[in-house]
Design a protein around this ligand. Structure first.
Ligand SMILES: Cc1ncc(COP(=O)(O)O)c(C=O)c1O
Length: 449
C-alpha cells in the first residue's frame, strides 16, 4: 500500500479543502506514528518543521505535503550527488525490477561483477577487488576486518572527531565520546590522535598496528580540511612502518569534493578504500570496500569468511552502475569543483559581512562547512532557512557547523538563491542582535547562569 493515494498525488496550495484536509491528516498521522513507533524525540525534531512531511523529490529539490519546495543543501547527509531521482538511475532500477531484484546467491551475479569492474576502472592505483555491503558502517567494519586478517595484527590508529559508523568495529574507530561511551567497552587496540597531525600518527603506530584509518576530509567532524600534503605524509609513514592505510571516502567519494575520490587531490592511493552513501545514485542503499589483489589473497581460501546476504544485490548494483555512468558522462566531479569554488567565494563574502554570526566557511568542491559563532545561531539559521525553503543540517560531531552538500548538479542560479536567502536570514539575525558590547556581556551572563 502506498502512503500517498493517487488522489493525493499532487498537493497544491490551491487544492480543494477536502484534499488539504487529507494532507493535514496525513501529516498528523506521520507525526503520531513517528513519535509512538520510531522515537519519542521526533516530537521535538518535527516541531521546527511544522509537521512538514516528505512528499516527493526530483533534481535538487524535495517537496513536502503542502506542495512547498525545498532546495536540498543537506543532500540526505551526502547521498544525492547525481541529484534526487536521476532519470537514468531510476530507469536502470525499474528495468532491473523486471528481471532479478535480489540474487539467488548461488549463480554468478553479473550485476555485482559489472559494478566491481566499473569501480576498479575509476578507483586509483591497484584497487581492483570489491566487497559489496549496504551502508558506510558495514564498509568500514569490513575494511577493519580485512586489515586485521591481512596483517595478523589488531591495533588501528584513527583520529579524534572522526565519524566512521555505528557498529562495534566502526564505532571503535569513530573519534567522539558521545557516540562511544554509552557502548563501552569497545574493541581493544583503537587509538585516536588529532586529525591533521601526521607526526601524531607516526608516534601512535606500534609493532601491533594493522592500519591507520582516515577520512580525507572529516565530514561529520565539521568539514575539517587538513593542511596540504597531510594525506601524502600519512601514506609515506604507513609505507615506512608497514601498516595499511584505510581511507573512509563514504562521504567524500563519488565526486563530492571535485575529484571522483578525495584522495586523488594528493595522488594518494590507499590500501583499502571505503565507499557508500552517494554510490547508490540517491536511489538504492549500497556500500563497498575495495583493495588490491595482494591484500585480497587472504579472502581467497574462504570467500565467505566475510559476507552479506543483501550486499551486491542486483537492484542496488544497477543503481550504482547507472550512478557511475552519470557521474562520468555529466562530468559531475569537475562540476562540483567549479560550483564549489563559486559557492565558497559567495559564502566567504558573508563571513566578512557578518563576523558576529559566522565564524568560518571551509570546503572542497561541494562539501562545505559553515561554522557559526554559537550553536544557538546555527540552530536559528537552520530553522529560518527551512522556512525559506532551503534544507541544511548540522554535522554530527560539530554542532556549530552546518554542512552544505547539495546535489553536484546544482546551478549557479540555485547557489545564488541559497546565498540570498542565507543573507536575508543573517541580516534579520544581525538586526535583532544586541550591540557588540552588550552582546559580549549577554554571552558572559548566559554562561554564568
Ligand atoms: C565518513 C563516514 N563513514 C561512515 C559513515 C557511516 O555510514 P552509514 O550511515 O551509511 O552507515 C558515515 C556516515 O555519515 C561517514 O560520514
Amino acid at each position: 500500500m502506498s502512503i500517498y493515494k493517487t488522489d493525493l498525488a499532487e498537493p497544491k496550495k490551491s487544492s480543494s479543502s477536502d484534499t488539504a484536509l487529507k494532507y493535514a491528516e496525513l501529516a498528523a498521522s506521520a507525526l503520531q506514528n513517528s513519535v509512538e513507533h520510531l522515537n519519542h524525540s521526533y516530537a521535538q525534531k518535527l516541531c521546527g518543521a511544522e509537521g512538514a512531511v516528505e512528499f516527493k523529490d526530483g533534481g535538487v529539490y524535495t517537496y513536502d505535503n503542502h506542495g512547498k519546495r525545498y532546495l536540498d543543501c543537506l543532500g540526505g547527509y551526502g547521498i544525492f550527488n547525481v541529484g534526487h531521482r536521476h532519470p537514468r538511475v531510476i530507469a536502470a532500477v525499474k528495468e532491473q525490477l523486471d528481471q532479478v531484484c535480489l540474487h539467488s546467491q548461488d549463480l554468478l551475479n553479473p550485476w555485482a561483477a559489472h559494478l566491481a569492474k566499473q569501480l576498479a576502472t575509476i578507483a586509483p592505483g591497484d584497487l581492483k577487488y570489491v566487497f559489496f555491503c549496504n551502508s558506510g558502517t558495514e564498509a568500514v567494519e569490513g575494511a577493519i576486518k580485512l586489515a586485521r586478517l591481512y596483517t595478523g595484527k589488531t591495533e588501528i590508529v584513527s583520529t579524534k572527531n572522526s565519524y566512521h559508523g555505528v557498529s562495534m568495529g566502526a564505532l571503535s574507530a569513530t573519534g567522539r565520546e558521545v557516540f562511544r561511551k554509552p557502548f563501552a567497552p569497545l574493541l581493544n587496540g583503537f587509538v585516536h590522535v588529532p586529525f591533521g597531525d601526521a607526526k601524531a600518527i607516526e608516534k601512535a603506530i606500534t609493532k601491533n598496528t594493522a592500519a591507520v584509518i582516515l577520512e580525507p576530509i572529516q565530514g561529520e567532524g565539521g568539514i575539517n580540511i587538513p593542511s596540504r600534503n597531510y594525506l601524502k605524509k600519512v601514506r609515506k609513514i604507513t609505507e615506512k612502518k608497514g601498516v595499511l592505510l584505510i581511507l573512509d571516502e563514504v562521504q567524500t567519494g563519488m565526486g563530492r569534493t571535485g575529484k571522483m575520490f578525495a584522495c586523488e587531490h594528493e595522488a594518494v592511493v590507499p590500501d583499502i578504500l571505503c565507499l557508500a552513501k552517494a554510490l547508490g545514485g540517491g536511489v538504492m542503499p549500497i556500500g563497498c570496500f575495495m583493495s588490491t589483489p595482494e591484500i585480497w589473497k587472504v579472502l581467497e581460501p574462504n570467500p565467505t569468511i566475510h559476507n552479506s546476504t543483501f550486499g551486491g544485490n542486483p537492484l542496488a548494483c544497477s543503481a550504482a552502475s547507472a550512478c557511475i555512468e552519470v557521474l562520468l558522462d555529466e562530468k559531475l566531479p569537475e562540476r562540483a569543483k567549479r560550483m564549489g569554488k563559486y559557492f565558497l567565494s559567495e559564502l566567504h563574502a558573508l563571513v566578512s559581512k557578518y563576523p558576529d554570526l559566522l565564524a568560518d566557511v571551509r570546503g572542497k568542491g561541494l562539501l562545505i562547512g559553515l561554522e557559526f559563532q554559537s550553536e544557538e545561531i546555527r540552530r536559528n539559521v537552520q530553522t529560518d532557512l527551512f522556512h525559506k525553503g532551503v534544507l541544511v543540517a548540522a554535522t554530527m560531531n560539530a554542532n556549530r557547523t552546518i554542512r552544505i552538500e547539495p546535489p553536484l548538479t546544482i546551478s549557479e542560479l540555485q547557489i545564488n538563491l541559497v546565498v540570498d536567502r542565507l543573507e536575508s536570514v543573517l541580516q534579520h539575525l544581525a538586526d535583532t542582535l544586541p550591540e557588540p558590547k552588550d552582546f559580549a556581556l549577554a554571552k558572559r551572563k548566559r554562561r554564568v547562569s
